[in-house]
Design a protein around this ligand. Structure first.
Ligand code: C2E
Ligand code: MG
Ligand code: MG
Length: 573
């Protein structure tokens, strides 16, 4: 009896424990935001727990009804969810899938665990559904950011380059062509500076949206940066080619873009075009070349299209190489000055010398000033190079004067950028004081292009220098604007007739007529004349006959180092 009583008490206690733990698990499940489906293999019964109704508004009690869940899942996800629901074999790894609720934005993650009995046979299964919509949305946003540009909705640079690389691989196999167009809005800085960055952004967006209309299976459009876009065309044909797209761009920009504040902005664009396999063998090379060609188009002017041409790339790379080499040239003392004599025709005496810079790079290779001076002017390094030239020339001149007692004219080439510096005149004056040089023994050579760019400012500086006594000479006359009438008001002392005239003065009648009238007119205006690039006796004799004042050229002396000039000076004493 006692035994029976004990067993009843024991079973009651066990039951209570069981119902307590069931209550506990239910409570835990109900607290969770997930939904759980518990399946008992023995009786085929299903228990639904947790946040079930939030995902599936249905009751399932038996295993046969389990597939009713599929009615609530998007068609394309049914198969993978089925694999989870019907899974019968346990595995160490969790089996899980993602599926979307039908007609809703909600995403669920579905995961299953199988319980085994003492014989290691499946006896129960739990399927868990978790809402992962927020995570999915964040993921989508990140994916969008990885592929697209937020401002224009076009492909971003990284993704575009990646896809272009795939295209190139494909084109290699299919022997296809890929055209790339780099497009840049002209004078975009003016829009940004004039209307503000926000409006600039809006313009970039509108133009980008327009370019986006070219997107198709074989046309990719990307916003690279700021106001630069890139279009790639796989296997261009029909109207889907560079010219067709360029024509449509030109048609669109005939009318202005209207911003949200109703401002109307008219634009022009420059385009650089390169093609695979003709102009490059990789995506990066193709893009680089198209960009370089675009720079070339920009340097020509606005609304230009430029097609790939090997010399353009060669020139650009050479330009970049020189620019890099220039950086260390000054500190490594790679520059020197040569001097080319100028002779007075009447007396045959040395009038003076023109200082000409020479550059030997670290390998000892000479680089012509005609090549590097324009580059130094573009990147501003001409300021320090030019300052060195002026001081070196003045120092040398003072040395010659002290050593040989000569009074000559030292001609120094000055570039436009140097003239534009505020401290240019005062620096020159203090250097002349430092070396105790008479101003009228110094002559600054400037070219016509200096005058064309900043006429008023440069004339003002020339006047200041001349007031101080410095001579001013107009170099390369005949290569630029070259109108005799505008010489009238110029504050100059000397005019140098360019070598291009001298070259044909013997052989060409009209050059002779022009040269003669230049010399006589210039004399009447009271300027001295120097003929440059005189190479032959015939040229020399002719120039003497027409009373050109001074001669400079290989015939009388090439540009030479300082010590060779000193030999001439010694012989002149
Ligand atoms: P430029 O001022 O017109 O100098 C005359 C150029 O013609 C020099 O070339 C000279 O060597 C060359 N030349 C003179 N006579 C003859 C001749 O009979 N035949 C031939 N074939 N050439 C002759 P270089 O030294 O190569 O200089 C080229 C240009 O570089 C100069 O033209 C000048 O514009 C610029 N440059 C040279 N040195 C300087 C400098 O220190 N500062 C600046 N800003 N420019 C410089
Ligand atoms: Mg010169
Ligand atoms: Mg010249």
């Amino acid at each position: 009896m006692n035994d029976l009583r004990y067993q009843v008490d024991y079973l009651t206690a066990m039951n209570k424990r069981l119902s307590d733990s069931e209550k506990m698990y239910r409570m835990v499940c109900d607290m969770s935001s997930c939904a759980y489906l518990y399946y008992n293999y023995k009786d085929g019964q299903i228990t639904l727990l947790g946040n079930w109704q939030a995902f599936f508004p249905l009751e399932i009690k038996h295993i046969q009804d389990m597939e009713r869940i599929f009615d609530y899942i998007e068609e394309e996800d049914v198969e993978k969810l089925g694999a989870i629901l019907h899974r019968e074999t346990p595995s160490v790894e969790k089996l899980c899938c993602e599926c979307k609720l039908r007609g809703k934005k909600q995403w669920l993650e579905c995961e299953t665990v199988i319980g085994l009995d003492a014989d290691k046979e499946p006896c129960s299964k739990v399927i868990k559904f978790r809402d992962i919509s927020r995570f999915k949305q964040q993921n989508d946003e990140l994916t969008y950011m990885a592929y697209y540009d937020m401002l224009t909705g076009l492909y971003n640079r990284n993704y575009f380059v990646g896809r272009l690389t795939e295209w190139i691989e494909r084109a290699k196999k299919e022997k296809s062509v890929i055209s790339v167009m780099f497009i840049d809005i002209d004078d975009f800085r003016k829009v940004n500076d004039g209307l503000g960055m926000l409006m600039g952004d809006e313009l970039v967006q509108l133009f980008g949206q327009f370019l986006g209309t070219f997107c198709s299976e074989n046309v990719m459009v990307s916003h690279f940066n700021s106001d630069t876009y890139c279009i790639a065309i796989y296997d261009p044909c029909g109207s889907r080619n560079v010219d067709g797209i360029y024509r449509m761009i030109q048609e669109r920009i005939q009318s202005p873009f209207v911003l949200s504040g109703r401002q109307e902005i008219e634009i022009t664009v420059c385009v650089g075009v390169a093609e695979f396999p003709e102009s490059a063998s990789s995506a990066i090379e193709l893009l680089n070349n198209a960009e370089i060609v675009l720079f070339k188009a920009k340097s020509i002017g606005s609304n230009e299209i430029q097609y790939f041409d090997a010399p353009i790339i060669h020139d650009f790379l050479h330009h970049v190489q020189i620019e890099n080499m220039l950086k260390g040239a000054m500190s490594q003392k790679q520059f020197s000055l040569f001097y080319q004599p100028q002779y007075d025709v009447e007396s045959g005496k040395l009038r003076g010398v023109e200082a000409l810079i020479r550059w030997r790079d670290e390998n000892g290779k000479q680089i012509s000033p005609a090549e590097f001076i324009p580059i130094a002017e573009k990147n501003g390094s001409i300021v320090s190079i030019g300052a060195w030239v002026v001081e070196e020339a003045l120092r040398t001149y003072a040395e010659w004067r002290d050593k040989y007692g000569v009074h000559l004219i030292m001609s120094i080439n000055i570039s436009a950028i140097q003239y534009k510096r505020k401290d240019f005149v005062s620096n020159v004056i203090s250097l002349m004081e430092k070396y105790e040089i008479h101003a009228n023994e110094i002559e600054f050579e400037i070219t016509e292009s200096v005058l064309i760019d900043d006429f008023v400012e440069v004339i003002e500086k020339m006047n200041l220098l001349r007031e101080y006594g410095v001579r001013v000479s107009l170099d390369d006359f005949g290569t630029g604007f070259s109108s005799l009438s505008y010489l009238k008001g110029l504050p100059i002392d000397t005019l140098k007739i360019d070598k291009s005239f001298i070259d044909t003065v013997i052989t060409d009648d009209s050059t002779r007529i022009i040269t003669e009238s230049i010399v006589s007119m210039v004399k009447k205006l009271g300027f001295e004349t120097v003929a440059e690039g005189v190479e032959t006796e015939a040229q020399y004799e002719y120039l003497k006959d027409i009373h050109c004042d001074n001669i400079q050229g290989f015939y009388l002396g090439k540009p030479m180092p300082k010590d060779e000039v000193e030999q001439i000076l010694t012989s002149q004493i």
